[in-house]
Design a protein around this ligand. Structure first.
Ligand code: KE4
Length: 428
């Protein structure tokens, strides 16, 4: 496949945009190639500036669960645009989408709209700190919750329970308030909680981790977090920015039967337009300005375009059989790729939760960041580029999740599996 135009556009972009991209993962750095510049998309396909068509498993990193250019979403946004893109004043659509979210996720009694997942998690943490009067937070290695300072933190070395910055520009004094445990390890949580008793405001977790590849919670993990938080008066935040409305209409919490105190959302509820949301118990949410004293704001929060795209998207998801059909497509493609790897004699560890799936390039079980980080990222890069050459667009990193949409056709799933069979043979 020829990518000349994308490459020249990338050189141009690098002169005016840092790294040539507006979000780092798009730069294809971990797969050692120039990124593709995408010109258009429709259904399960994206087309690059060189005219190459690809079966898309990135789906804008999750939002495009209904497929690209769904006519209902286009119509909703077009109609809204014609009556005004943004007013900076309350509109009916915000209440409509808020009530759809509340109806879908019973643990959410009230919800505040923002413009990104980062804003959602950053605001939820401030609300948890303000509500509890405590300053520390606890997260998990391998989980990503956006780029707010408190969340760009990794575990301190040795016995130090203090966090250290995971990026220049994050002050050490901020990082030390973030504790980091291991995903799927209640023991690591209990140790940190007892060492910081009474000073942890919240535990924030991806109830299905999607940012180290797709890593499901082990039996009892989410339930254990719920118990610890209840006993210790810690706010349990499920970061469902990726998994919300993705694995089920009610998110992971609907599948797991575990009730968080707050939930963050994004991606799908904006149907491809900028959106985020955080919601939870009324007694917590009412502490937010202007009903309470904890400040949070946003010029384009709840803007009509994103709200109309979100409402249209959720109406598509509510159609009967939507998730059953998506489950069948997702099972086909994930199992097909795993079988292709096995038949080629290349060991991968395959995971899937609903329409989120991942092929880990390691023979061992992946259940947390230390085990995920054992993957052969060089082999992944070779596989990624070989699949791209076959017209299959995967996430350009081993530590990301692949997404299936309702628009993925059986023919394109077959094409994907055939490509995987060829590509695993190439790298085996
Ligand atoms: P945004 O600020 O990117 O809208 O959302 C941050 C965020 C929060 N929580 C979870 C669970 C997330 O997955 C994300 C963002 N996901 C990444 C994909 N791994 C976005 C892609 C990117 O950074 O460009």
């Amino acid at each position: 496949m020829n990518h000349d135009r994308s490459s020249s556009l990338f050189q141009l972009a690098k002169q005016s945009i840092p790294g040539g991209v507006n979000s780092p993962v798009r730069a294809f750095k971990s797969v050692g190639a120039d990124p593709l510049f995408i010109k258009s998309a429709a259904g399960d396909r994206i087309v690059d500036e060189d005219g190459n068509s690809y079966v898309d498993y990135v789906g804008s990193w999750g939002p495009m669960i209904a497929g690209h250019c769904h006519p209902d979403i286009i119509a909703a946004v077009q109609q809204t645009m014609e009556s005004g893109a943004s007013f900076g004043a309350p509109t009916v659509r915000e209440t409509t989408l808020a009530n759809m979210v509340i109806e879908a996720v019973p643990s959410i009694e009230m919800v505040r709209m923002v413009s990104s997942g980062t804003e959602a998690t950053m605001s939820a943490i401030r609300l948890a700190r303000g509500y509890t009067g405590r300053d520390k937070i606890l997260k998990f290695s391998g989980c990503y919750h956006g780029h707010a300072d408190s969340l760009l933190v990794k575990a301190g070395s040795g016995a130090a329970t203090f966090g250290v910055p995971d990026s220049p520009g994050v002050p050490a004094d901020v990082a030390k308030l973030t504790l980091t445990a291991e995903y799927n390890s209640l023991e690591s949580v209990r140790k940190l909680v007892s060492a910081n008793s009474g000073s942890i405001a919240c535990i924030i977790v991806e109830p299905v981790a999607g940012n180290m590849g797709t890593v499901p919670p082990r039996d009892g993990f989410l339930e254990g977090l719920r118990d610890i938080c209840t006993q210790e008066g810690i706010i349990l935040i499920f970061d469902e920015v990726m998994s919300g409305f993705r694995v089920a209409y009610g998110g992971v919490q609907a599948l797991a039967g575990v009730t968080p105190d707050m939930t963050t959302l994004g991606k799908i509820i904006g149907g491809g337009l900028p959106v985020g949301a955080f919601g939870g118990k009324r007694e917590i949410m009412e502490k937010l300005s202007p009903s309470g004293g904890i400040y949070q704001a946003g010029t384009l929060s709840g803007n009509p375009l994103a709200m109309s795209a979100g409402i249209a998207t959720l109406n598509i998801l509510k159609q009967s059989g939507f998730y059953q059909k998506l489950e069948e497509k997702s099972r086909m493609v994930a199992e097909g790729i795993a079988k292709a790897a096995k038949d080629a004699g290349y060991p991968i560890y395959s995971t899937r939760v609903g329409s989120m799936f991942c092929a880990f390039f390691t023979p061992g079980e992946v259940y947390d960041w230390p085990s995920a980080s054992q993957c052969d990222t060089k082999a992944f890069a070779k596989y990624f580029l070989a699949m791209l050459n076959e017209g299959i667009y995967l996430a350009p990193s081993q530590f990301e999740t692949a997404f299936v949409s309702a628009a993925h056709t059986e023919a394109d799933i077959e094409k994907t599996i055939a490509a995987a069979a060829k590509c695993f043979k190439l790298i085996a």
